[in-house]
Each structure stands twice: as structure tokens, then as C-alpha cells.
Design a protein. Structure first.
Lengths: 577, 262
């Protein structure tokens, strides 16, 4: 080794010292040089990771002062409008954190904002993974871990929202208890078991606290670690581009490029959270007051990530039936248990559903462009539109007052459009994707429309097309054409009946639904012919382009446009006149 | 006592007792009832007359020539001066347009003298809640914290915990209280305008009303310790801010870092 500078020498000495004890050099040499592809959307997951770190840091500070107890105390802190009021110790200590502990309110607000950002970042990261097909083989397990992480995030958020024991959190818990009670047969007992008796009881905050600061964060931490290890070992997917194949990764090494980028981004995320936590009020619990079951505030809402559940509850008609002495509260069962149950099950199972329909067993390290998987993309946007409509339903009272419309009209509008808009979104998205595929095809066969009309010397007008850049050609031709599965034979040549005809036929139909409308890439020969034709266009235009580009020439000719064969110099032109 | 004991089963005794009871109840009622009209008659007869003229020209098309109410508007008999003053001074009446609910608006249709005359006329029809005195509205000694409890128990389910207002059914709403004066709060409580229930001085004593006024005034004037308060309407505004401003900043940063260094 030819170490020259003292810094390098010291670094080498340290590495050797550590390596002799841990044998780490081999591991580091292999992994620090690991190449990651570059794209801004690959950083969405990082936002989630970093905001989670901020949640852990600020949460630790809060545990130093928060008292998870429902013992009734009389508040005697510095917030006058609540002085002398009886409240739980949990609420009183949250007030103390907000008003009497140095930096307490800032940390509380950072904790809350970071939690909202954590969930939002996970959601958007999931969208990116979904729409680019990054969940395909071999990454199905990591997708499931991601779905579990989102679920854990929802639980972490809701348990935190419920801890301060203010009017809003108590109202949320009351609804949660109602949902538990709606579970058929065991609901009532389950609710008693969870809450330790009648609502609100005296046990629940301390139980929730253990879940919020120990169980869920521990699980999230373990799953995040697993999630990242899998990204590391399976390598990161990459968007198509020149030189990028299914078998390589084009990008920069972890050390130093991504260490610097990711490290810097951590501080950016931390900075944004600190800024927002310091400047924007969130959950002002002192306004809501301590929870008592006889009080409720208008406009009581959950945080945004539970909004879709609240919305579903608000939109559901009041249906109930009694079977064999057990009450079935469909009005809660459907929106709060069945709909989210289906949503999350389909979400978790989607990679397997798609692999089954397509019969695709290959590994995929090159990402799909959303347009190239029109049915998947349409499914995604349909699900998002459904979710957003539910979310809007969760804020129906705020919308009613803010825009001066009747809350009943909003509810009925949403009840109806919940079944109309998502299918329309599906159809539109699919059509848009197919349209974009056609455009890609046209680009391959005819190049870009340059928007310029050229008159040829013999009088013909042509529209000039430009050839595609190397990058664009690589991106467009990265498309994987998947043939829909063939309709199975009812019987083979020997007349033996195909016993699996029904299931195979169903699968073939689904496959046709997924890929039947696919616009296949032109063959290599067709592309070549197309691009050659375009190149010919460019050739026709070339003298003109060269001429226009050559400023000197233009200046020499007094700005008069020429065609080949025309008089070139001023003298020739004059002579011609 | 022997005399009474001996004759207590006489049939005339029952009649005598009945007469006595009727007299006592009737006389007592007359004595109490006569107290309240005296309040109404405190306003001068000319003011009542002026109020009647204003009523006939401005209100009677909906509330009836005799203030008895029509299909378009409720009776004004017994609503009291406080109701008239609250509804007219805040611009709710005369109603700007038919709708789910009469909304407050800046108004100069009637002068305060004319409103007083209208109020005097309506109050002269039958006893009803009177306008608050300066003493009623003096909440300087009220307990703000107690007011907070009363507000959250009685008012927050419609007006929202921070007094930002809330939606009711079919386009009706509980208005935002951030510009409400103590006088308006008092009048609203004793008269129960629109969808609001009446909180009479029997159910909610004047001291409690003063505590509520003190708390709402505190809500109106309190600064936001946590920074920009986003309208104090709760998690919806927070979520909106998150998905627009905060997330835009984070994605902007991601794009910036993701750009290839050249």
C-alpha cells in the first residue's frame, strides 16, 4: 500500500486496528463499494427512515416527562384556563411538557409532525414501489414487510394520538372501543378485556403506553432492519436506461457518494421537521381539555392516516341485524373491519396475485414504467381514488363549514361516487397508459415530430422527424411484452378431458384482462427501419441545419437564407439579380 | 282541635279545601305574573308604537301582522327583547335569502334605536328573555377554567372546542365564535337562536354564563404557544399542511439531492 498523506496513514492504521479485532475489512470492502442507482424517488423510503429516527429521538425525550397514568389530579401548572381542573396525570403531564418543561412543546410538536411525515413517506414510498413494479420477484417478501410496516405505523400513530388523554384522544379511543365491540360474538368481551372494564376505566393509558413506546417501535425497528438488509442483499432496482440491464446495477458506490447524499438528506429531513415543529402548532391539547366521557367537540378528527377509516365510518348507512341473539353492527363492521381488512389483504397479496395472473416467474431488477403495466397502474390509481374519497369523508364536517355546503349532501355525494369514481379512474388510467404506449410505438417507428416543415428543392413539403436519443431509445425499448396466457384446451388430442380447464380458463381470462390490450414493441428490424427513415429526414434537413448553425456563414451572407445550389456569396447573388 | 277532628269528614270540608287551594294558586300566579309585564311596560308607550310600525313594515310578511307567525316564520310572541336584538343587530334578520339558516352579516338596515323599538314592541306582546344588563355581562370575576369546563360540556359539541364553529345537519351550522361579543353570547344563550337550545338562567345561572363568556373571550384573545395555529380546526388542517407544504419541501429536497452532480 502506498499511503502518502498522514490522514490516509491514520485511516489505514485505524482500519487495521479494527480489522484485527473484528475482521471487518473484508465485509467493509465488499459493502462500502456497493453500487446504488440514482433517482430522487428512491429517497422516499429514506424520508420514512429519517423521520422515524426523529420520532425515536424526540419520543425518548418525551418519556422522561410523560406520566402514563389515569390517576385523577388537580392541575396547577402555568396554563391558566385549566387551573384547578381535575384531570388524569397523563393529560396533566402532557400540559407540563407543553408549558413548563424547557423545549417540551418543541419536542412534542416535532414528535407529532415527524410521525405524520413517517406515515406519509411510507405511503408515497409504497406508491413508488407499486407503480414501478419493484415488488416483483425476488422482492415479494420485502413488499410484505413494507405492508406490515405501514400497519405498524398506523398503530404507532393511533396509540400515540390516544396517549395524552385529551378530549380528542378520548373521542378516538371511544370509537376504537366501538369498533372492537362490533366484532361479532366476542366483541363485548374483547372490549372489556382490552380496556380493563368499562370505558374509559383506569388502565388503558398505561397499557397503550407500553404498546406505544416498547412493542410497536421494537417491531418497527426490527422490520426496518430486515427491510434494509433485504434491499442490500437483493440489490436496489433501477429505472431503465442506456447500459442498464436486468443483470447489472448502474449508479454510484455507497462510499463516498451515497454516504454523503444519504447523510446530508438525513439532516435535511431533520431540519424540515425541526422547522415545522418549531413554527407550526400541532395538536394543541390544551384547547381540547381533559377527556371526560360527557364531552365531545365538533370537528373531532383523527390524524390524517386514520382519516380513511373515520371516513368509511361516517359514510356507512346505519345497518344492523340480529342473528341468534347476537347483534351484528354492519354500520361498524363493514367500514371499520371488513373494508380495511380487504384493502390490506389485497395490498399484501398483490405481488402474488399479479405473478399468478401473468405466469411471470422471472426475476426483475429493472423497473417497469407505469404505462407499460396499464392494468396494474390502473388498479393502483383506482385504489388511491377510493382511499382519497374515504379520506374526504373523514373531513366531511370541516368541508361542510369551510365551503358552506350541507354535510348530508357531502355524505350522499361520497356514498354514490365511492362506487363510480374509482372504476372511472381505472378505465381512464388504463386508457392513458395505452395511449402513452402508442406514443412510444410511434416514436420508435417515426421519431419525434420536430414541428418543422421543410420544403424540398422539387417543391415537396415534408414534416421533419427527429431520431430518438440513445437514452430514450433504451428507456422505451426496456418494455417487457407479456403475452396473455392462451385459452386452455378442453381436451388433448387423444380426447382426454382437461380437468383443470375451468381454473386455467379463468386464469387465461384474467391474463387477457391484464395484457390483452398491450401495444407490443415493434420488432428490432421495424425500429431500425423507422429510425433509418427518420435519419433520412434529418439528412434532408442537414444542410439547412448546418447552415443555420454556422453563424459565421450566416453573417457572411447577410442573414439571407439559402438552399443548396443557390447563389452562395453576396457577389453571386447580386449577379443573379 | 277536637272541633276540627270531629268535622274533618264533613263533605263541605272537601269543597272548602278545594276552594282555598284554587284561590291560593290563582292568586299566587296572578301576583307573580303581574310582576313581569311590569318589566315590559318600563319602555315607553311611544317606543312600543314605533316598534309596531317597524314590525309591520319590515317583519310582518313572515312573522304575521299580529306577530303570531306564518308558514314562513315563527311567532314572535314571547321570544323577548333579547331575541330581537340578537337577530336584528347581527344582521341575521331580516334574512338575506331563504336558506338552511339565517347567517350573520354586517348590516345597517336598522339603527340601534329602531332595534330597541322593535325589541320593546315584541317584549310588550308577552314576557320573554330581556336584554342583559351591564351587570350580567361583567365577567371580570368569573372563573375562566370553570368556564372552559362548562364550554366543553355545553357548547363544544356544536361550536367546536376552540369555538371555530361546526357543521350541523342539512346545511345548518353552529357559527364561529371568534368575533362574538359577550352581549351576543348572553343573548344567544337565553334565547336559543336557530338550532341552538335555550340555556335559561334557571338551567345555566348567570355566573356560569359569565364564566363561559370569560372562556370564549380567552379563546378569542389567546395567542398560539405552538406557532402558526392553522385555524385551530384540528387534524384536517394539519394533514392538509403536511401533504402540501411539508411534503413539497421534502420531495423538493429529494429531487435536489437526486440530481446528478455534473
Amino acid at each position: 500500500m502506498s499511503t502518502t498523506s498522514p490522514v490516509e496513514k491514520a485511516g489505514a492504521a485505524t482500519a487495521t486496528y479494527v480489522d484485527q479485532r473484528l475482521g471487518s475489512n473484508k465485509f467493509l470492502a465488499r459493502n462500502l463499494g456497493k453500487v446504488f442507482p440514482d433517482h430522487w424517488s428512491f429517497m422516499l423510503g429514506e424520508i420514512a427512515l429519517y423521520s422515524f429516527i426523529v420520532v425515536l429521538l424526540t419520543g425518548t425525550y418525551l418519556t422522561l416527562f410523560f406520566k402514563p397514568s389515569m390517576v385523577e389530579v388537580v392541575y396547577n401548572g402555568s396554563y391558566v384556563p385549566l387551573k384547578g381542573i381535575e384531570m388524569s396525570e397523563a393529560y396533566a403531564s402532557t400540559l407540563d411538557i407543553s408549558f413548563d418543561i424547557r423545549g417540551g412543546l418543541l419536542i412534542r410538536q416535532m414528535h407529532h409532525w415527524a410521525a405524520l411525515i413517517f406515515l406519509a413517506a411510507m405511503t408515497v414510498h409504497m406508491f413508488r414501489v407499486f407503480f414501478t413494479g419493484a415488488f416483483r420477484k425476488p422482492r415479494e417478501f420485502n413488499w410484505i414487510i413494507g405492508v406490515v410496516l405501514v400497519t405498524m405505523g398506523l398503530l404507532a400513530g393511533f396509540s400515540g394520538y390516544s396517549l395524552p388523554d385529551d378530549l380528542l384522544s378520548g373521542t378516538g379511543l371511544q370509537i376504537a372501543r366501538g369498533i372492537v365491540q362490533a366484532i361479532p360474538v366476542i366483541g363485548t368481551w374483547a372490549a372489556f378485556l382490552l380496556f380493563g372494564g368499562e370505558f374509559p376505566g383506569t388502565d388503558f393509558i398505561s397499557r397503550l403506553y407500553a404498546i406505544h413506546i416498547l412493542l410497536i417501535p421494537g417491531l418497527i425497528l426490527a422490520l426496518v432492519t430486515l427491510h434494509l438488509i433485504m434491499v442490500f442483499t437483493q440489490k436496489h432496482t433501477q429505472f431503465p436506461g442506456p447500459g442498464r440491464t436486468n443483470d447489472n446495477v448502474v449508479g454510484y458506490p455507497l462510499m463516498p457518494v451515497y454516504m454523503a447524499k444519504a447523510g446530508g438528506f438525513f439532516f435535511v429531513v431533520f431540519g424540515v421537521i425541526a422547522l415545522v415543529g418549531g413554527l407550526i402548532s400541532i395538536n394543541p391539547i390544551w384547547i381540547f381539555g381533559p377527556y371526560t366521557p360527557d364531552q365531545v367537540s365538533a370537528g373531532s378528527q383523527p390524524d390524517w392516516y386514520i382519516g380513511f377509516l373515520d371516513g368509511a365510518l361516517r359514510l356507512m348507512p346505519n345497518w344492523e341485524s340480529t342473528i341468534a341473539g347476537f347483534t351484528l353492527s354492519w354500520n361498524i363492521l363493514i367500514p371499520a373491519l371488513i373494508v380495511p381488512g380487504i384493502l390490506f389483504t389485497v395490498l399484501g397479496a398483490y405481488p402474488f396475485i399479479e405473478a399468478w395472473v401473468t405466469g411471470d416467474k422471472r426475476e426483475h431488477h429493472l423497473l417497469d414504467r407505469p404505462r407499460n403495466a396499464p392494468t396494474r397502474t390502473a388498479f393502483g390509481t383506482m385504489a388511491i381514488s377510493f382511499y382519497v374519497l374515504l379520506l374526504v369523508g373523514g373531513g366531511n364536517d370541516i368541508i361542510a363549514t369551510a365551503f358552506d355546503v350541507s354535510i348530508n349532501s357531502i355524505i350522499w355525494f361520497l356514498r354514490i361516487t365511492l362506487f363510480i369514481i374509482p372504476p372511472l379512474v381505472f378505465v381512464f388510467t388504463r386508457r392513458i397508459c395505452l395511449g402513452l404506449q402508442r406514443r412510444d410505438q410511434a416514436k420508435l417507428l417515426h421519431g419525434y415530430e420536430a414541428g418543422r416543415i421543410l420544403r424540398l428543392p422539387h417543391g415537396e413539403f415534408i414534416e421533419v422527424h427527429q431520431p430518438l436519443s440513445v437514452k430514450e431509445l433504451a428507456v422505451i425499448t426496456s418494455k417487457n411484452d407479456i403475452e396473455p396466457l392462451p385459452v386452455p384446451e378442453k381436451a388433448d388430442i387423444d380426447g382426454v378431458k382437461n380437468k383443470k380447464f375451468k381454473s386455467h380458463n379463468r386464469r387465461a381470462k384474467l391474463s387477457r384482462f391484464f395484457y390483452g390490450d398491450n401495444i407490443p414493441l415493434p420488432s428490432a428490424a421495424e425500429i431500425e427501419a423507422g429510425q433509418a427513415h427518420v435519419a433520412h429526414d434529418a439528412e434532408l434537413e442537414a444542410p439547412l441545419a448546418a447552415y443555420e448553425d454556422a453563424d459565421e456563414l450566416r453573417r457572411a451572407h447577410g442573414g439571407v437564407l439559402h438552399h443548396p445550389g443557390m447563389a452562395e456569396t453576396n457577389a453571386e447573388q447580386e449577379a443573379e439579380r | 282541635m277536637k272541633f276540627l277532628a270531629a268535622r274533618r269528614r264533613n263533605p263541605l270540608v272537601a269543597i272548602g279545601l278545594l276552594l282555598f287551594a284554587l284561590l291560593a294558586v290563582g292568586g299566587g300566579y296572578a301576583a307573580i305574573a303581574s310582576v313581569q309585564p311590569a318589566q315590559a311596560s318600563a319602555s315607553s308607550q311611544t317606543q312600543v308604537e314605533e316598534g309596531k310600525q317597524l314590525f309591520l313594515s319590515g317583519c310582518s310578511s313572515c312573522h304575521g301582522l299580529e306577530a303570531q307567525g306564518t308558514a314562513n316564520g315563527p311567532t314572535m310572541i314571547g321570544v323577548g327583547a333579547a331575541a330581537v336584538d340578537f337577530q336584528v343587530a347581527s344582521g341575521r334578520m331580516p334574512m338575506a335569502a331563504p336558506g338552511a339558516q339565517a347567517g350573520a352579516r354586517p348590516t345597517d338596515i336598522y339603527t340601534q334605536d329602531q332595534i330597541d323599538a322593535l325589541a320593546a314592541y315584541v317584549a310588550s306582546l308577552a314576557p320573554g328573555p330581556a336584554n342583559p344588563t351591564a351587570e350580567d355581562l361583567d365577567f371580570s370575576n368569573a372563573d375562566v377554567a370553570e368556564g372552559g369546563v362548562l364550554f366543553r360540556t355545553n357548547c363544544a359539541q356544536c361550536h367546536q372546542a376552540a369555538g371555530q364553529g361546526g357543521a350541523l345537519t342539512q346545511g345548518k351550522y353552529a357559527p364561529n365564535l371568534m368575533a362574538a361579543t359577550p352581549r351576543e353570547m348572553y343573548q344567544a344563550m337565553v334565547t336559543g337562536p336557530q338550532s341552538m337550545p335555550v340555556f335559561s338562567n334557571e338551567t345555566l345561572p348567570v355566573e356560569d354564563k359569565q364564566a363561559i363568556m370569560a372562556y370564549v373571550t380567552e379563546l378569542q384573545t389567546a395567542s398560539s404557544p405552538g406557532g402558526l395555529d392553522l385555524g385551530r380546526i384540528g387534524p384536517v388542517a394539519e394533514g392538509l399542511f403536511l401533504w402540501t407544504a411539508v411534503f413539497a419541501a421534502l420531495i423538493g429536497a429529494a429531487v435536489w439531492i437526486g440530481i446528478k452532480a455534473r
